[in-house]
Ligand binder design. Structure first.
Ligand code: CAA
Length: 258
């Protein structure tokens, strides 16, 4: 699993409006994610988790062609089953860091989101796609199953029947079809993609960070639990918000305006 390249494959821009833009920057390979990309993505998530000035994160791909073309096929063509296990584990760890980041993550899907690229988008909270976006889980055509969460998160987002169709056929779906099946939240023209993603992130950022954080945690844990467990967690999460000064300030602001 030796990894020698020291290139910067993940670029993080911290904006002064509390939004961080994370760009996968490996355009010559359509932002395919090798071990270095995965490691740098993981480390970017760790940094952002510890930065309270960041209230929402946008992940996108550099260039106009690809969000990410997935795991690195050249690398996968020559690895052993044990190395494959490690690649899957590291991919999973990175996707889980995105999914469980203590602030919302928006995928700005700016072109191909294939295999691991689609799985990265699935780990984000909200997906906004440009009209030229193409999403697919084409792994079975390469003799493997989806390996960075696609067999699990896709079904939870679009339902079991659609997920099975997409995974078994590997069929590419365009942005409109992705929207119709709930795979993406909205579709905009490519030149508007970042503005639209930033607008959504700003809408989130104006709200109480702790309340958004607790909401994210409750929704993520809730979909994995039976409803009574999810509702019990909600009681704790809700009352936890009352320990934060933000709640008192925001409520009294509301009352004073009256
Ligand atoms: N891994 C490694 N390199 C990739 C790549 C990938 N996933 N996708 C594209 N590239 C490379 C190409 O090899 C090519 O490199 P060279 O210029 O050095 O030859 C470069 O990126 C440009 O790609 P193309 O010439 O193929 O561009 P295109 O416009 O003709 O086609 C495409 C674009 C349809 C996205 C095509 O590149 C493609 O099908 N890519 C593979 C997509 C894929 O199957 N992804 C799933 C990977 S498996 C996975 O992700 C497993 C998992 O669950 C974790």
């Amino acid at each position: 699993m030796a990894s020698t390249q020291q290139q910067r494959y993940i670029l993080v821009e911290r904006r002064d409006d509390g939004i961080a833009v994370v760009r996968i920057n490996r355009t010559d390979k359509l932002n395919a994610m090798n071990l270095d990309v995965i490691a740098q993505l993981s480390s970017a998530m760790d940094d952002l988790a510890g930065d309270d000035t960041v209230r929402a994160v946008i992940i996108t791909g550099t260039g106009e062609k690809a969000f990410s073309a997935g795991a690195d096929i050249e690398y996968m063509s020559r690895i052993s089953p044990l190395e494959a296990e490690e690649y899957a584990r590291r991919g999973h760890a990175a996707m889980s860091k995105v999914e469980n980041l203590n602030k919302p993550v928006i995928a700005a899907v700016n072109g191909y989101a294939l295999g691991g690229g689609c799985e990265l988008a699935l780990a984000c909270d909200i997906r906004i796609a440009s009209r030229n976006a193409v999403l697919a889980q084409p792994e079975v055509g390469l003799g493997i199953c989806p390996g960075w969460g696609g067999t699990q998160r896709l079904a939870r987002i679009v339902g079991v029947a659609k997920a099975k169709e997409l995974v078994y056929t590997g069929r590419r779906v365009n942005a409109e079809e992705a929207l119709s099946m709930g795979l993406v939240n909205r579709v905009v023209e490519l030149p508007q993609l970042m503005d639209e993603s930033i607008a959504v992130a700003r809408e989130i950022a104006k709200n109480s960070a702790i309340a958004v954080r607790v909401s994210k945690m409750l929704i993520n844990r809730g979909v994995e639990s039976d409803i009574s467990t999810g509702l019990a967690l909600e009681v704790w999460g809700w009352s936890l918000c009352f320990t934060h000064p933000d709640r008192a300030e925001r409520m009294s602001r509301f009352l004073q305006k009256r």
